[in-house]
Design a protein around this ligand. Structure first.
Ligand SMILES: [Ca+2]
Ligand SMILES: [Ca+2]
Length: 117
């Protein structure tokens, strides 16, 4: 990924180039422009802004996906709205997981209500 890092500290030393991955703890990206960064419900966790409302649970607690906390739009046409049983998703799952004979919604609606992909 191409991310912007600050210049040296004025003494000719390049700033440290190692950053924790998004979702990591402790390394708050204060050097990044604020529009690139979104905070999770856990203030020590952060994600890149484009990971907000993308359907994937990047924060680990879904604070990047759940409305009204994050004010995400409703599930898109390729998604089925339900309480996910899969850690990776939040309140929408990809419709390809519908009718695959595996439970992905806590109410089983992916197998019984969802019309399929
Ligand atoms: Ca996300
Ligand atoms: Ca399923």
């Amino acid at each position: 990924m191409n991310k912007i890092f600050p210049q040296g500290d004025g003494n000719g030393n390049a700033a440290a180039g190692t950053k924790a991955l998004p979702g990591g703890e402790g390394d708050v990206p204060q050097s990044l422009p604020s529009f690139l960064v979104a905070r999770c419900g856990n203030p020590t966790s952060w994600i890149y802004s484009d990971q907000k409302c993308d359907g994937i649970n990047n924060c680990g607690d879904c604070s990047d996906e759940l409305s009204p906390v994050t004010a995400c739009p409703p599930c898109g046409p390729g998604w089925w709205r339900c309480p996910s049983t899969v850690f990776k998703y939040c309140d929408c799952i990809p419709r390809v997981l519908c009718r695959d004979h595996t439970q992905h919604c806590s109410d089983w609606s992916d197998e019984y209500s969802c019309p399929g992909p």
